[in-house]
Design a protein around this ligand. Structure first.
Ligand code: GLY
Length: 362
């Protein structure tokens, strides 16, 4: 079983990847644990709830249903979940289990971070995107209308149980959205991982188990290494935001309703690639390779009617923007990125225009 340690000042824990990883859940419940609350969505529970129920065996637990959707990842929902917990008898000995995609792992992690000033959480991601990125590393939070994930906390889980078998019921669009985060991991630090997407496209899209498991394991390894080096994103961890600066602006501009997070990141990687190109930082061949892989795993929903100026304004709300200086994570070659500030606005505008032009409904 591939297993990677995430070692942070807050906690050292494992991200375990195995078909049937969920069956080991009980072994991670702390001794003296009080009431257990599973946060999930109705669709995930209907499709995969039996696995979790079986893993918990005779252990009592309550299920808290969250409406799902990026537009519902809001502070008001966290409050409602917390009230339901109190009404059901939760206290400081309670445990939360996040069972769902990245939206569920983010909101449940945040609920765990603030409920009675912090209780433990176990992350069981059920989408590819959450398995390779969102559930690992302790970033938790909710969206504000003005920007993605702008309220939140670092709260590391007890363990992340990654069971690729649950992806069997994942809609194809969600699967592809998750692939973009693995492509990101390749572009930022691992050229062979990136090139696998060009070389084994048919198997990747056909979800051949051996290939899927390899992609997940590699992305988790990379994420664990980066987070272990820089839990709170004071330096290296910023590279994980490749594609996210532009992507988050797109999600906020479209009120979190038009694009899955991974799709917005795909577009964001395109814009960042054009920006690096415009700044003369990226060899032409690497630019072409990145854009070709993004095209080959698309398309994402069309971006018609999105004003360049609105996206540009929203970039100022990115968490990497410090005192009005936007920090972009830009590729210098496949497998390496650089954080760049003080980019002329005209260059940013041109990169957005080029990326928007690629994604129109023709
Ligand atoms: N998803 C980016 C990070 O966890 O830092």
């Amino acid at each position: 079983m591939p297993q990677y340690q995430v070692a942070t000042p807050q906690r050292t824990y494992s991200a375990l990847i195995e078909r049937s990883a969920i069956t080991g859940l009980k072994g991670f419940i702390p001794s003296g644990c009080g009431r257990i609350f599973v946060v999930t969505t109705r669709d995930v529970w209907d499709l995969q709830g039996d696995r979790l129920r079986a893993a918990l065996g005779g252990t009592a637990f309550e299920v808290l249903f969250f409406a799902g959707g990026e537009a519902n990842k809001r502070i008001s929902e966290v409050e409602q979940l917390a009230v339901q917990m109190v009404e059901a008898g939760a206290d400081r000995s309670s445990l939360l289990i996040a069972f769902g995609g990245g939206i569920v792992t983010d909101i449940t992690g945040f609920l765990a971070a603030i409920f009675m000033r912090g209780i433990p959480v176990i992350q069981i991601p059920t989408t590819l995107l959450a398995q390779v990125d969102a559930a690992i590393g302790g970033k938790t939070g909710v969206n504000l209308t003005v920007g993605k994930n702008l309220a939140g906390s670092f709260h590391q889980p007890l363990v992340v149980l990654i069971d690729p078998a649950v992806l069997g019921t994942l809609p194809e669009r969600e699967y592809r959205a998750g692939l973009y985060e693995v492509i990101k991991a390749g572009i930022i630090v691992d050229a062979p991982l990136f090139r696998l997407f060009a070389e084994r496209r048919t198997e990747v899209l056909a979800q051949v188990p051996e290939v899927v498991d390899h992609l997940i394991a590699e992305a988790v390894r990379i994420k664990a290494e980066v987070v272990s080096a820089d839990e709170k994103e004071s330096g290296l961890r910023r590279i994980l935001n490749f594609g996210h600066t532009f992507g988050h602006a797109l999600e906020a501009e479209t009120r979190y309703t038009r694009f899955l997070h991974g799709e917005a990141v795909s577009w964001g990687m395109r814009a960042a690639t054009y920006l690096a190109d415009g700044l003369g930082m990226l060899p032409e061949t690497d630019r072409a390779e990145i854009l070709s892989v993004l095209d080959n795993y698309g398309p994402i929903p069309p971006l018609d009617g999105i004003p360049v100026a609105s996206l540009q304004a929203l970039l100022l709300h990115d968490k990497k923007t410090i005192q009005q200086r936007i920090h972009f994570v830009l590729p210098v070659k496949i497998g390496q990125v650089k954080v760049v500030a003080d980019v002329p606005e005209t260059r940013v505008q041109r990169a957005i225009e080029r990326a928007l032009a690629d994604c129109q409904n023709v």
